[in-house]
Design a protein. Structure first.
Length: 191
C-alpha cells in the first residue's frame, strides 16, 4: 500500500480516538516499558512530548526525572528539515512551544551536548510493521537519528496503538527500524 495513503488513514483513525481510550492504551504501553530491565538500567533516555493523540509517554518523563535518569528530548532545527538537536530536560519548565506545535527543550535553558548516545530511545510513529520499520510524518527525523552509530546496549523502542501495527508498506533504503515495537497489546522484539 502507498505510504502516504496509509499515513493519512492511520492519522485519521488516531485523530478520532477518545481521551479515555488514549489514556488507557497509553498507560498499558508505559507500564510495559517501565517493566523492561532496559528501562530500569538506563541512565540516559530519549523521549518525546506527545501531540495529536500520540502514545502519551509523559509518565515516562516523570519517572525518568524521579529516578535520576538523564532525559534528552528532541528539538527540530529551524530551516533545516529532518535535523534534530537533543536537549537535556530537567523539568517540564525547561520545555517551550517549538516546531509543529510540539513542546521541546528551550535552547536558552537546556544543555545541548554535541554528542548524544542514550541507553534507550522511545520513538513515536504513525505506524509500525512487525520488523520495526515505521511510518512517521515523512521528515526522516528519527531515521537520521537511528542511522547514527550507537553505544553498546542501546535499545530503540517504537510505541504505537495496536491498530497502528500494519504490514505491506514500502520500505525505503534509508528507513531504519527500531529494535522493539511496543503496543497496548504486545511487545515485538527484532531478532
Amino acid at each position: 500500500m502507498d505510504k502516504e495513503i496509509l499515513r493519512r488513514q492511520l492519522l485519521d483513525k488516531r485523530s478520532v480516538m477518545r481521551g479515555p481510550d488514549v489514556d488507557s492504551m497509553s498507560r498499558s504501553i508505559v507500564e510495559t516499558i517501565m517493566s523492561l530491565e532496559q528501562w530500569s538500567r538506563a541512565e540516559e533516555v530519549l523521549l518525546y512530548w506527545p501531540i495529536r493523540n500520540e502514545v502519551d509517554v509523559r509518565p515516562l518523563l516523570m519517572d525518568a526525572w524521579d529516578s535520576g535518569k538523564k532525559l534528552f528530548m528532541p528539538c527540530c532545527r529551524r530551516n533545516e528539515p529532518g535535523q534534530m538537536d537533543f536537549g537535556v530536560v530537567r523539568a517540564e519548565a525547561d520545555l517551550t512551544a517549538g516546531s509543529f506545535g510540539i513542546k521541546e527543550p528551550c535552547r536558552t535553558r537546556c544543555d545541548f551536548p554535541d554528542a548524544v548516545s542514550p541507553d534507550l530511545v522511545i520513538v513515536p510513529g504513525v505506524g509500525f510493521d512487525r520488523k520495526g520499520f515505521r511510518i512517521g510524518f515523512g521528515g526522516g527525523y528519527y531515521d537520521r537519528f537511528l542511522a547514527r552509530p550507537q553505544k553498546d546496549g542501546f535499545l530503540s523502542v517504537g510505541v504505537c496503538y495496536d491498530f497502528q501495527l500494519v504490514e505491506g508498506f514500502p520500505i525505503e533504503p534509508w528507513d531504519k527500524n527500531v529494535q522493539l515495537v511496543c503496543t497496548d497489546k504486545e511487545l515485538i522484539w527484532q531478532k
